[in-house]
Design a protein around this ligand. Structure first.
Ligand SMILES: C=C(O[C@@H]1C=C(C(=O)O)C=C[C@H]1O)C(=O)O
Length: 400
C-alpha cells in the first residue's frame, strides 16, 4: 500500500470518502458509479471524466474496467463509464489498492483532499430536467388492456409498468441510503449512478442479466413470479400458482430461445427455485455455460444483445409486447428495466436488469415498477405487486 493511502485510511470512514468523491464528481461535471455486488462485502466507486456511448454490438470483453448503464430502449446507446479513478471499501474503510488505477486514485485523493478531517459538504448528485407529471392511463386499465391483447393472441405475456413520484425525506442522504440498502439487501446489486447525461439513479436489483466470471463462466437467470416475503418463511414450503409458474416458464423459454439463435446447446439449467429478493420472493432458474469448453469468448456480449429486454421486463414474443408498451404505457421508462453493472472489474462482467430503482430529482424521486401479465392476471393483484415492488426502496429510504 502506498504511504498516503495508509494515512487517510486511519482517518476517514468509507462514508467520508464516498461523500467527498461524489461531490467532487458532481462539481466537476464528471460521472460517478458506486456499487456493491450480491453477497460481497466490498463496495466500489468509480469516477469517469468522459462517459462514452456504446453501440448495441459493442464487445464488452475488450473494454477497460468501468461501469455500463443502459436504457430500456434498445435504440438508445449504452453509456459506458471508464474508471478514471477507482476506490474499493470494506468494513467501513478504504481497502489496500488492488490494481494500478486504484493505486494512482488513492494517491490522487490525498493530493486533492489534503484537509481530510473537515466534514464533507451535503452530498450532491446530478439532476436532469424531468417531468414528474406522467400522463398515463390508470395502471389497472393498462393491465386490463394487456389481458385483452393476450386473449386476442397478440402476445402471451407482457410486463406493463408504472412510476410513482415521492417526496424525498428532508434528511435524505445518498451515502447513508446506499449503506442502508447494502445492509437491508445482501443478495441484491446495490447501485448509485450519477452523471450529467443520465441524472441520478439508486437501486437494489435482484436480477442478473449477464455475468461472466474470469472470462470462463457465463451466467444468466430466468426470474419471474412475485410474492411478499416475511422473515422466517420456509422457502421449500412456498406455493406458486399456475399463473406464476407459467409466467416464469415463459422467461425460461425466452432465455433458451436466445441460446438457440446462436446454436449454444451446452448450457446447464438449474431450477426454478424460490428465492428471496429483499421484501419479495420470486421463482428463479439459473443458466450457466462453460465458455472455454465451447470456445466462445464473447458469449457475454452476444447474449446481452440477444437477451435485453427479456420477457421478465417486456414480454413474449418480444416485438409485439414491446410495440404494445411503447404505444400504451404512456411514459418513458428511461433507465428503468435497462441494464447496469461493472465490466472487467477484477476480470468479471456483472450486468443486472435495472429493477427496484428510482431516479433522484431535487426534493423528489421517481420510483418504477412493473408486473408480468398473462391471460390469468388479476388487474388489482398486479397493481398491488407494483406497490410492494416500490416498497423495496421505500422501506429503506423512509427509514433513512
Ligand atoms: C418488472 C419487475 O420485476 C420483474 C417481474 C417480475 C414479475 O412479474 O413477477 C418478477 C421479477 C422481475 O423479473 C420490476 O421489479 O419492476
Amino acid at each position: 500500500m502506498n504511504k498516503v493511502a495508509s494515512v487517510s485510511t486511519s482517518i476517514l470512514h468509507e462514508t467520508e470518502y464516498v461523500a467527498r468523491l461524489i461531490n467532487y464528481a458532481v462539481e466537476n461535471q464528471y460521472s460517478v458509479a458506486v456499487w456493491r455486488l450480491p453477497n460481497d462485502p466490498v463496495r466500489h466507486l468509480i469516477i469517469s471524466r468522459k462517459p462514452q456511448h456504446l453501440k448495441r454490438d459493442a464487445a464488452l470483453e475488450e473494454l477497460e474496467q468501468g461501469f455500463i448503464f443502459a436504457p430500456f430502449d434498445r435504440n438508445n446507446d449504452t453509456i459506458y463509464l471508464p474508471a478514471d479513478y477507482k476506490f474499493s471499501f470494506a468494513d467501513g474503510a478504504l481497502k489496500p489498492a488492488e490494481d494500478p488505477v486504484e493505486a494512482t486514485s488513492y494517491t490522487w485523493f490525498e493530493e486533492q483532499f489534503t484537509n481530510t478531517i473537515a466534514p464533507h459538504d451535503a452530498v450532491k448528485y446530478h439532476r436532469i430536467e424531468q417531468s414528474t407529471h406522467h400522463t398515463v392511463i390508470p395502471y389497472i386499465d393498462l393491465v386490463k388492456k394487456s389481458v385483452h391483447e393476450i386473449e386476442k393472441g397478440t402476445f402471451e405475456k407482457v410486463v406493463p409498468s408504472r412510476s410513482k413520484v415521492i417526496d424525498l425525506p428532508l434528511e435524505f442522504d445518498i451515502v447513508y441510503s446506499f449503506q442502508n440498502l447494502c445492509n437491508a439487501y445482501p443478495n441484491a446489486l446495490i447501485s448509485f449512478v450519477s452523471s450529467p447525461q443520465t441524472g441520478s439513479w439508486l437501486g437494489a436489483t435482484p436480477e442478473v442479466l449477464v455475468s461472466v466470471e474470469d472470462k470462463t463462466i457465463f451466467r444468466t437467470v430466468a426470474l419471474a413470479g412475485t410474492q411478499p416475503y416475511n422473515a422466517g418463511i420456509d422457502l421449500k414450503s412456498v406455493a406458486w400458482t399456475q399463473k406464476e409458474i407459467e409466467e416464469q416458464a415463459l422467461v425460461e423459454r425466452y432465455v433458451i430461445s436466445c441460446f438457440k439463435k446462436i446454436r449454444v446447446r451446452e448450457y446447464d439449467e438449474y431450477g426454478p427455485k424460490t428465492v428471496v429478493a429483499g421484501n419479495l420472493m420470486h421463482l428463479k432458474s439459473d443458466f450457466t455455460v462453460d465458455m472455454k469448453a465451447i470456445n466462445f469468448p464473447q458469449l457475454g456480449s452476444v447474449m446481452l444483445q440477444l437477451l435485453h429486454p427479456t420477457s421478465a421486463v417486456c414480454g413474449m414474443p418480444l416485438e409485439p409486447a414491446l410495440d404494445f408498451l411503447y404505444e400504451h404505457e404512456g411514459y418513458n421508462r428511461q433507465f428503468y428495466a435497462g441494464f447496469l453493472g461493472p465490466v472487467n472489474v477484477a476480470n468479471n462482467i456483472n450486468i443486472f436488469v435495472n429493477l427496484r430503482c428510482m431516479q433522484l430529482l431535487d426534493s423528489k424521486a421517481i420510483l418504477y415498477a412493473g408486473a408480468g401479465v398473462t391471460v390469468d392476471s388479476s388487474p388489482e393483484k398486479e397493481w398491488n405487486e407494483t406497490e410492494i415492488k416500490f416498497n423495496t426502496l421505500l422501506n429503506v429510504i423512509r427509514k433513512a
